[in-house]
Write a protein that binds this ligand. Sequence first.
Ligand SMILES: [Zn+2]
Length: 247
Amino acid sequence: MKRTGRSMLGLVGAFTMSLGLLGGASVLDPAPAAADSCYTWGETLSQGDSGSDVRRLQVRVAGWAAYGDPVNIDGVYGPETANAVERFQSGYGLTVDGIAGPETYGQIYDLQDADCTPAHFAYSEFTSGDGSGFSGGNTSTSNVRTNVLRNMWKLEAMRHKLGDSPLYVSSGFRSVSYNDAVGGAPNSKHTYGQAADLTGAHSLCDLARAARSSGFNGIIGPGAAGHNDHTHLDTRSGRYWNAPNCF
Ligand SMILES: [Zn+2]
């Protein structure tokens, strides 16, 4: 009887496994219940992993950076990425373990729209003020879109940290000619889609302060020439923070 019982269990086990394989699921890393229309991660990611799925994750947690230390979007899941994932998890009340699994992905799916933009920002908020969309800048339209998307995710994190009140983008990408027309700095990060000028429900200094741990190396705000009616944030390689009325 016992032998028969085991044999039956064995059959059931094999049947379950083959169903799992047919469904494309992995035994170790259960797939999320529903596919996401932007991107669905197929496996748990943690320190030591690398690749394009890590890069996609980094884009989405980059706003949860350490103070003054932006997350490198390099496709390598190191301690910096793990720490950002932990802050993301903490910020949304999830289990904090620095590992990107179904719960973390589920939160990302809740936040991202079908075009991969975060819930509270859209490409249309970042197009050039002269009607040229994302063209006419100092880099390709495709690079501009990539840069804008990355900044949007940083802003989504900032927005959540600031209590979910709206942030308004008064200027995002600028074509070179529009940048010249509005008196922007030559070679401004706006002409790459890497900058956003903000106003909103918060004080300009609160925006500037929050940006310091949201992955922005470029912060220009109150007290800096021409920046008393908005806070400028950008993604650049070295730190330039200039908001003397704030910090
Ligand atoms: Zn600006």
